[in-house]
Design a protein around this ligand. Structure first.
Ligand SMILES: [Zn+2]
Length: 479
């Protein structure tokens, strides 16, 4: 297989997070009763006319800017003609030879190295409806999705491995979610991917014949579908056969791709400018406004946290998996004054019972509570072990950590008259360990600290105990 190179370009359809459809006022809400959100425009009834949704344009421009594309002042909607039961007009309004934006790029953390993937174009279009098969032996059509605003993001064939293609899709999902363009709900179809896959012998410069694998809607499936399709093409070529250019489906259960239709050419669609809509003119003021309201991109957030807050790359990655988590962490870090500790708490405790869906994330504690808890530990008012107990009590409660510490009588034992007898006894009982500490084995001090913590139920101030032990061991040297 290493004799072969896989060449991949992706076309991602991302639903724009608007309340209403692209050319009518129907709701885009997910999960409505079939054919509830329809009107003469999205049903394609004769005489109805499309009116462009301004918010959709703003979000599409935002996506194009985040992908470093050039946004064109003038673009043109075009009719893409084909027949399918879920397309009542008999055409889809899309953009063709004059798309909204072109020539951008997306930087992806690939499995081996950073990959810069060229973005060929970003254009706007409406979604089709959905055919539902096998309902009492019938096939039914649900047109709630018909007219939903999408951006299609087409990449250059710059990807060379299935894993990197999955990473590209994930990076793109995170980016669109962070900037509020797409809710990231792959399982609800709001981000779908077509993969153009071809193979060639390593060292060849010409591209092989490609196949398009349609409608893959998870990161794992993108990777598997490409691996399986590339293997199929390699097997064909090694057997002296040719790859036919075609559109294929992916059957995840059977672990294979299968032919849907021979690849249609652009001219099969009889594209022509949409006569019911004027050219789309995007004034510079709209582009500027879209840029201004775009949040910091996840890659920039990660770089800033690593450079300025001292977070590891892994921590930064975990904490940017959802914008709600990122906001939680930033607030907790600011309140605590110790970003690294805040990152640890969020990763190990807060995320354990956090949940997120679409743009929303919910947590069982507040960033304020977490920040205040870290501060208490830092000031030596409670031990790390007590902090876990306080955290458990904070879950689902409004109580501040200070209140919980008071309620439970949890303050750390920093009282020398309590701790000193314990330390003295332990030093007397363990001469061998004392000798080791004297011989420079500082680590053995931890043995004593551990014993003190155990005897005080984790309530002793570990810093104080450690200092006291060192002193006692030094003092006992002459005796
Ligand atoms: Zn409608």
């Amino acid at each position: 297989v290493s004799d072969w190179e896989t060449v991949i370009g992706l076309e991602v359809h991302a639903q724009l997070a608007t309340a209403s459809k692209l050319f009518c006022a129907c709701s885009t809400s997910y999960g409505a009763t079939p054919n509830q959100n329809v009107c003469p425009v999205c049903l394609g009834l004769p005489g109805s006319l499309p009116v462009l949704n301004r918010r959709a344009v703003e979000l599409a421009v935002r996506a194009a800017l985040a992908l470093e594309c050039q946004v064109h002042e003038k673009s043109v909607f075009a009719r893409k003609n084909y027949f399918y039961p879920d397309l009542p007009k008999g055409y889809q309004i899309s953009q063709y030879d004059q798309p909204l934006a072109t020539r951008g790029r997306l930087v992806v953390e690939g499995s081996d190295a950073e990959v810069v993937v060229g973005i060929t174009r970003v254009h706007m279009e409406e979604d089709a409806g959905k055919n539902v098969h096998g309902v009492g032996g019938d096939s039914l059509v649900d047109l709630n999705r018909a007219g939903t605003p999408l951006v299609e993001i087409v990449s250059e064939p710059d990807l060379r491995s299935a894993a990197d293609a999955a990473a590209y899709m994930k990076t793109l999902r995170d980016l669109l979610l962070f900037i509020g363009v797409n809710d990231g709900n792959l399982e609800e179809g709001s981000l779908r991917c077509d993969a153009n896959v071809s193979v060639r012998r390593a060292g060849d410069t010409a591209f092989g014949t490609r196949c398009e694998v349609k409608n893959v809607n998870s990161f794992r499936f993108v990777q598997r579908a490409i691996e399986i399709e590339a293997a199929r093409q390699i097997a064909l070529l090694e057997a002296g056969k040719a790859v036919e250019q075609e559109t294929r489906g992916f059957d995840a259960e059977a672990g294979r791709t299968y032919s849907l239709r021979s690849k249609e050419e652009a001219h099969d669609y009889r594209y022509f400018p949409e006569p019911d809509l004027p050219p789309l003119v995007v004034p510079e003021s709209l582009v500027r406004a879209a840029g201004d309201e775009t949040a910091e991109l996840p890659a920039a957030v990660r770089a800033r946290w690593v450079a300025e807050l001292g977070l590891s790359r892994e921590a930064a990655q975990t904490l940017t998996q959802h914008p709600g988590i990122a906001r939680f962490f930033e607030a907790a870090a600011a309140r605590s004054g110790d970003p690294v500790k805040a990152a640890n708490w969020v990763q190990t405790e807060v995320l354990r019972d956090a949940s997120w869906h679409g743009f929303d994330a919910s947590f069982s504690v507040s960033p304020e509570q977490v920040g205040a808890l870290i501060e208490l530990v830092e000031r030596g008012e409670i031990s790390g072990k007590q902090a876990k107990e306080v955290f458990a009590a904070m879950r689902g409660s409004e109580a501040s950590p200070v209140e919980i510490v008071k309620q439970r009588g949890l303050a750390v034992v920093s009282d020398e008259s309590t701790l000193r007898p314990i330390c003295e006894r332990l030093v007397a009982e363990h001469p061998a360990q004392v000798a080791q500490v004297r011989a420079g084995k500082k680590g053995v001090l931890g043995f004593f600290v551990g014993r003190v913590m155990k005897e005080t139920g984790g309530a002793a101030n570990p810093k104080l105990v450690s200092e006291m032990l060192e002193r006692l061991i030094a003092e006992s040297e002459g005796s």
